[in-house]
Ligand binder design. Structure first.
Ligand SMILES: [Ca+2]
Length: 569
């Protein structure tokens, strides 16, 4: 009986296919192809007959033309799928995407317009996935047709929950970019020649650090006879150019910073204690951290514009003067305040987290979560299985390396026996051309779409053991080595909260509340440091402000979203 039913279904499916084909042939302009059969998983091409799909993507500066791009052509030939590329300008991704989504006239696939480009993110998935069902749910397609992606998800506990919208469906495929040095990138750098000139050693505690700053201020380390030294400087914008996060982590673990780009999702000092979401902004440890920062500021050890200048101005402060005038500077890496490979860059040495008076010593941790939204399939797509099969190639080592760097033998080659990677393990590949995402090329996608740039792949890049670490070529090796040596011993990923997804009614009720709270926390931090507020006299007033802005309710909302996401209830 069952077999017979199956046969009937098959015959019906075949009929449908024939009808589609006939209908398609009957039209002079074929917009969408009918449903075709995919070949068994693991074989290429992925279809048994030619098929054409429309991909909507953005036009980045680093790709000349998708229609003639060598990797795009290879991918198309390998999979047997003709891709009709439609592009929207990079600087208008959000706006153009909204017009297309509202138009009802969809491509088969939205490709490379994910949340990194402020395109399809969690809230678009809520609207066009959960509510309007314009994006197809991908859960079954992943299980059935995407072994490479499935393996990556299996190896990363919690990643499926992270991708899953509140209705239980996955609406987009992720881009993996696990950057090791970025995961502990709240770094501080000290001008080593000044330590040498004054006979000081690298500070290891908050107390030693204070004494070094005082010496920099008073003892003319640049030797020009003028008291022109700035002991400590940072900026309010730029990748981890703020000075406070690094220093507060010597008192209590925190992700708090007072940077300009405050959004509803800004880090405001919330952390995870097991499965409980807590905050440190009302803790006695934080109060002590503020007291310490206020002392540094009050004694003229902190450049006042650190709380108003941008990253470019900070770089000017470091590179501009004939003689160096800044002793200690904050940044995600040296390129955030100096010229990579230059004399100043070479002399600013990263400092491990300082040990505080109560023994606290933390490196802020940045979870390297996948980026969502880079592949979504529209409900009008007749061949979602074909899309799943062809995109799964991008998650293979070969697909990722080709998408990143072009053809083997041109942009990269597989590693040889004596090639070792950034992490010292046998390498996977060696680059034959330097990384470049600034100039047009037509060999590969560089960083568009989805890839499996996992830590295994990133750290599997062969490095020359004799490379000058402080040259541009040595950058990745320098970042890896210093992060591992100085910051990893103090990294605590378990304190960080994964990106949370909120339901629509929660968003509406809490979005403005969260923003007001984030602004208050950040502005208060600066007030305490710069002396507008006194840590003792104004502490209770500050606590009342947190209460007034419903800290309790905001924490509870985060807890609810966290529980939902982690399946804790
Ligand atoms: Ca001087």
């Amino acid at each position: 009986m069952m077999k017979e039913k199956k046969r009937i279904v098959l015959v019906l499916l075949l009929l449908v296919c024939i009808l589609f084909t006939v209908a398609a042939q009957g039209k002079s302009e074929v917009k969408k192809s009918g449903e075709v059969t995919v070949t068994p998983v693991g074989t290429y091409p992925v279809v048994s007959e030619p098929v054409s799909l429309t991909f909507l993507t953005m036009q980045p500066v680093y790709i000349e033309d998708f229609n003639t791009n060598k990797f795009a052509q290879y991918w198309s030939e390998k999979t047997g799928v003709t891709i009709k590329w439609e592009t929207i300008p990079r600087d208008a991704v959000k706006e153009k995407l909204n017009i297309i989504l509202a138009s009802g006239d969809y491509p088969d696939v939205f490709f490379g317009v994910g949340s990194q480009e402020q395109g399809i993110g969690a809230s678009q998935e809520m609207t066009y996935g959960v509510q309007e069902q314009m994006f197809l749910p991908l859960n079954d397609l992943i299980d059935k047709y995407m072994p490479n992606l499935s393996k990556l998800l299996d190896e990363r506990p919690g990643s499926r929950q992270f991708l899953t919208a509140p209705d239980g469906n996955i609406y987009s495929l992720p881009d993996f970019n696990e950057c090791y040095h970025c995961s502990m990138s709240q770094k501080m750098f000290i001008y080593e020649p000044w330590l040498d000139a004054l006979g000081l050693s690298m500070p290891t505690t908050t107390e030693e650090f204070y004494k070094v700053l005082v010496a920099f201020r008073d003892l003319d380390p640049n030797g020009n006879g003028k008291k022109d030294e700035i002991p400590l400087a940072g900026a309010i914008s730029g990748w981890n150019n703020n000075i406070e996060t690094y220093l507060i982590n010597s008192f209590v673990y925190t992700n708090i910073d007072a940077s300009l780009d405050a959004s509803v999702n800004s880090a405001v000092g919330f952390y995870r204690d097991g499965d409980t979401i807590k905050t440190m902004v009302d803790s006695p440890e934080y109060k002590e951290a503020l007291r310490y920062l206020a002392k540094l500021y009050g004694e003229g050890l902190v450049y006042p514009a650190s709380f108003s200048q941008n990253s470019d101005q900070l770089t000017q402060l470091i590179e501009g003067p004939e003689q160096p005038i800044v002793g200690v500077v904050a940044g995600g890496y040296g390129g955030m305040f100096s010229i990579v490979g230059g004399e100043r860059y070479r002399n600013y040495k990263p400092m491990a987290p300082l040990k505080g008076p109560n023994g606290a010593q933390f490196a802020r941790y940045f979870l390297q979560a996948p980026v969502i939204g880079n592949v979504a399939i529209s409900k009008d797509c007749k061949n979602p299985a074909v899309v799943a099969r062809m995109v799964d190639f991008l998650y293979s080592d070969e697909g990722t390396l080709m998408s990143n760097y072009g053809f083997e033998g041109e942009g990269w080659r597989w590693a040889e026996a004596n090639d070792f990677g950034l992490d010292g393990n046998p390498a996977i590949y060696r680059l034959l051309k330097p990384w470049n995402d600034m100039d047009p090329q037509n060999d590969c996608f560089v960083m568009l779409g989805v890839r499996s740039n996992t830590s295994r792949i990133r750290n599997g890049e062969a490095v020359d053991p004799n490379v000058d670490l402080y040259s541009p070529e040595g950058l990745e090796a320098l970042l890896f080595q210093k992060t591992q040596e100085l910051y990893e011993p103090y990294g605590h990923p378990e304190y960080e909260i994964p990106t949370l997804r909120f339901l629509e009614d929660e968003e509406q009720a809490f979005a403005s509340k969260r923003l007001a709270y984030a602004n208050y926390v950040r502005q208060s931090l600066v007030k305490f440091i710069t002396g507008t507020w006194n840590v003792d006299a104004n502490w209770n007033e500050y606590l009342q402000g947190l209460e007034r802005l419903d800290q309790k309710g905001i924490l509870a909302l985060n807890q609810k979203a966290y529980d939902r996401q982690s399946g804790a209830n």
